[in-house]
Design a protein around this ligand. Structure first.
Ligand SMILES: [Zn+2]
Ligand SMILES: [Zn+2]
Ligand SMILES: [Zn+2]
Length: 332
């Protein structure tokens, strides 16, 4: 099936979810088609500037603004709903999760959550594919790299759905719930409204490098590297900065020059992400609770080790902090 049709069908099937934003794939294609026609009629003109036809007067004014707006809506809807679902799951904190893993949870609710998480991942992926395809088409027609440039721009604006920390959380959530499902010997599969794009997510180690990976049946591959680029180990107590980069919480604190006691909220807006050098990425950082559970479950020894050292470091940090506070208070 052609992707365009597949996408249309998918969006049709999601209609019961009110106001579900999507990419106007058909409409955007139409804009490009019209542009191609205009190009053909002015073929000589196009050939003259074939080396560098960077801007297209025909469709830049409609194509990119439209796509941008749609992408904003898609990622906004996705983030909001993913957050809601995960909050529901984590509402009563880690204690409840432990009982989840023991399989004591109500079966129906459990499956409902799995399905909802899966649906959301599907939504993110199919839209990511749609966006990638339409941009590729743009570049092909214009023989330009504007589409790619737009993609880079969008990543900087943090509206690229594959960068969303909530996608990472949902993938971890998916694995966590699936594991607990396996443990409880439950083989019931909830009916899906649309065939899943992905066969599943997994935490794997590629040459020792921890990856959160999603196997897809289409052209987009999602591999999230779980190495903290500060301590160069698997992220512990992970946090995603608003640029999408993931670090250990403590590593992020040290990169932002704040104490663990004060936390990332107190980071100066001028502090940069160590990887992409973007500023202002600390304030809206998201704690990746599901990912944390996943790492704890999958790498128990490592996790215990890190927990011990981190506890000592945190105690020391708290002590230093209060010593400092007392000193400034008493003036000694
Ligand atoms: Zn054009
Ligand atoms: Zn780290
Ligand atoms: Zn970054």
């Amino acid at each position: 099936m052609k992707f365009c049709k597949k996408y249309e069908e998918y969006m049709q099937g999601q209609k019961e979810k009110k106001n579900l934003p999507g990419v106007g794939f058909k409409k955007l294609k139409k804009i490009l088609k019209k542009c191609r026609k205009d190009h053909v009629s002015s073929k000589i003109n196009l050939h003259n500037q074939n080396n560098c036809p960077r801007e297209c007067p025909v469709c830049d004014g409609t194509f990119f603004p439209e796509l941008l707006k749609e992408m904003e809506d898609v990622v906004g809807w996705f983030n909001e709903n993913a957050q809601k679902l995960l909050e529901l799951h984590l509402a009563s904190g880690f204690k409840k999760c432990l009982t989840w893993f023991r399989g004591n949870h109500k079966q129906k609710n459990h499956l409902g959550l799995i399905q909802e998480g899966k649906d959301l991942v599907n939504y993110a992926l199919i839209n990511a594919i749609a966006i990638r395809k339409i941009l590729k088409k743009y570049d092909k027609i214009h023989e330009s790299r504007q589409g790619q440039a737009f993609k880079t721009q969008v990543q900087k604006m943090r509206i690229e759905i594959l960068q969303s920390p909530w996608l990472c959380e949902l993938m971890a959530f998916h694995i966590n719930l699936n594991e607990s499902k396996k443990e409880s010997g439950d083989v019931v599969v909830a009916p899906s409204s649309f065939p899943a794009l992905f066969d599943g997510c997994s935490l794997m180690f590629d040459d020792g490098k921890p990856l959160l990976s999603c196997e897809l049946s289409d052209s987009v591959n999602v591999d999230i590297d779980l190495t903290c680029s500060i301590c160069l180990d698997t992220v512990f107590d992970p946090i995603a900065l608003t640029c999408g980069h993931i670090y250990c919480y403590m590593c992020a604190c040290s990169a932002a020059s704040v104490s663990v006691v004060d936390g990332l909220k107190t980071a100066e807006p001028t502090e940069k992400c160590p990887l992409c050098r973007e500023v202002g990425v600390y304030k809206g950082a998201v704690h990746l609770d599901e990912l944390s559970i996943l790492i704890r479950q999958s790498c128990r020894e490592y996790w215990e080790e890190r927990r011990k050292t981190e506890r000592a470091e945190r105690l020391q940090a708290a002590k230093d902090y209060w010593d400092h506070q007392c000193q400034s208070f008493t003036g000694i």
